[in-house]
Design a protein around this ligand. Structure first.
Ligand code: DC
Length: 216
């Protein structure tokens, strides 16, 4: 049996990380772990239980009993399938705010390490190559212009039937980039040894093939 290895894919919102990670995992027949969905799951549970961002004691207690899992491409929170429910603008905003809190990061980073240390995984997020698996065998950092990322997110939301303005999506992306890269704890940052790929003019298949060329 070959040794377990990790593929870390980091980058800002809308750079194409999750589509690429999903495709790579399928091609390599290994698990895909969407760490953004884990921050979203925490936000979802905060909303469901009425826990505000200031209520740190309640938040800590909630985190002690949280169960997040991935099964057959679905995100599961405490036995509830939440894959679609966590893709709303409200959850995006709260997930970004919650991801700046030390207790949230500590808990999720430890869950992520446990999920990826004994089996091969593709893990995407903001701090995978820098913090979660600094020794990952392969590290990639995906980028694209703000305009292109906003367009991709807008198309995605429209496909789901959400009537949103492109300008609002772009403003939201700029705000989240700012939050994610300026927070004190584990900000979005390219690991020194990560391979940077600008996906602005590339499609999903091209990015996937490009990454595979480093792996195979
Ligand atoms: O990738 P995403 O949009 O689903 O992530 C949701 C939020 O979680 C995003 O604002 C950044 C945060 N996040 C993080 O801080 N660290 C990660 N490893 C993944 C996501």
């Amino acid at each position: 049996m070959t040794q377990a290895y990790q593929i870390a894919i980091d980058g800002p919102s809308g750079a194409g990380k999750s589509s690429v990670a999903k495709k790579l995992a399928a091609k390599l027949n290994i698990d895909y772990i969407d760490t953004g969905a884990m921050y979203r799951a925490v936000a979802y549970k905060m909303l469901r239980e009425g826990i505000g961002i200031e209520d740190r004691e309640a938040l800590k207690a909630m985190l002690e009993n949280i169960h997040i899992d991935f099964s057959r491409g679905e995100t599961i929170l405490d036995d509830e399938v939440i894959s679609e429910k966590i893709r709303t603008p409200e959850i995006s905003k709260l997930a970004s705010d919650a991801s700046a809190l030390p207790e949230v990061r500590e808990k999720l980073v430890s869950l992520q390490r446990a999920m990826g240390e004994s089996k091969s995984v593709v893990m995407d997020g903001r701090d995978i190559g820098t913090v979660v698996f600094p020794k990952a065998k392969y590290k990639f950092f995906l980028t694209a212009t703000v305009k292109e990322r906003a367009k991709r997110r807008w198309l995605e939301l429209r496909e789901k039937g959400l009537d949103v303005e492109l300008d609002d999506v772009e403003a939201d992306i700029i705000q989240r980039d700012h939050n994610d890269s300026t927070r004190a704890l584990n900000p979005l940052r390219k690991a020194e040894d990560a391979i940077e790929i600008d996906t602005t003019a590339m499609n999903l298949e091209q990015v996937t093939q490009h990454i595979l060329s480093y792996i195979e």
